[in-house]
Design a protein around this ligand. Sequence first.
Ligand code: HPA
Ligand code: ZN
Length: 351
Amino acid sequence: MCQGKQHEFLQALPKCEHHMHLEGSLSPELLFTLARRNNIDLPSSDPAFQSPSSLLARYRQFTSLDDFLHYYFIGMSVLMSAADFESLTYDYFRIAHSDGVLHAEVFFDPQVHMHRGVPYAAVVEGITRGRERAMADFGISSEIIVCVLRHLPVEDGHAMYTEHAVPDLEVGRVKGLGLSSTELGNLGTKYTSIYSDAENRGFNLTAHAGEEGGVEYMASALYDLHVTRVDHGIKLGHSPELMREFVDRNILVTLCPMSNVELKCVTKIADLPLRLYLDQGVKFSINSDDPAYFGGYILENYCQVQDAFSLTNQEWGVICGNAIEGSWCTEERKSHLRERLASVLQMFEQR
Ligand code: HPA
Ligand code: ZN
C-alpha cells in the first residue's frame, strides 16, 4: 500500500494489465493444496518447500531471472487438470478486479505443461472457463497470449506454435504470441521462423526483451521479430536512436517494476526509466508479471511507482490512456475504457 493520499486515486484508475503470467499468480498456499490433491512430489531436498511460508520467504531472496524461473517451473508442475487452470485463472481475475483492472491480456506457457503430460487443450479450456466466469462475475474483459519458452529448443517452440497455437490464434481464442523465460544468450534471431510466420498470418506479436538482457535484445525484438509490443523493455536509456524508433513506431513497453527489483535487474524502483520514458513519449503500461512470486499485484506496482516518482494525476492519465490504446481489444471496449478513465480523472480533479 502506498504511503500517499493518492491511494484512492490509484485504486480508482481503470487499469489494463498486459504483462502477467497466469502460472505466476499461483500462490504458495494453492501450490501446496494442488500438490497434495494431485499427488505431486515437491522437492524435499530444498528446505524452501517445507511450507507455504518458507516458500514465500525464499521468494523474497531471488538472485536472478533464472533463480526465479527454477521455482516458477516447479510451482506450475502442480497444475494438472482443466479445473486447476480454471481456479488459477478465476482467482487472478478476482484479485485484479479488486485492484481496478478492467481489461487484462495474460500469458500462459503451454510447452512445459505439455511436457508434463497435460494436453494443450486442457490448459486452454480451463483458462477460457476462468476468463468467461470472470467476465460474467466482474465484467473484466481479457485475452490470452501464448508464450514460446526460450530455455527450450526452438524446434519445441516451433512444434507447439504450429500444431496448437496457430489454430487458436486463427480463431482468436488466443490473441497474441509472446516469448519468455531465460533471456541472456537467446536473442530474437533464434525465433525468426516462428515470428515471421506469425507476422504473415497477421497475429499480434510481443516478446520479453531488455529485462536482464541489454538494449540489443530490444533492438532484436523490433528488427528481427517485428513485434508491436516489448515486455519489460527497461533498457532504452542506452540507445537514444532505438528509443526514437519505439516512439515513432508506437511500440508499447509493458513495465513490471516490482519484478525488476525482485530479480535484481534494478536496485530500486526509482532507478527505472519511467521519467525518461514519460518525457520522451515512450508508451508504457505498468504490470505485475508474476504477482504471487514478486510480492504484489498491479495496484501495489502502481503504488510503489507513485512512491518512487510522485507522478501527477495528469501523468497517470497519460499512462492509463496509453495502456488502453495499446490493448489488443475491440474499439468498442477501448471507447468504454476511455470514458471510464475520463470520468475518474474528472472526479479526482475536483477534489
Ligand atoms: N521474464 C522471463 N520469463 C518469465 C518471466 C519474466 O519476468 N516471468 C515468467 N516467465
Ligand atoms: Zn514476464
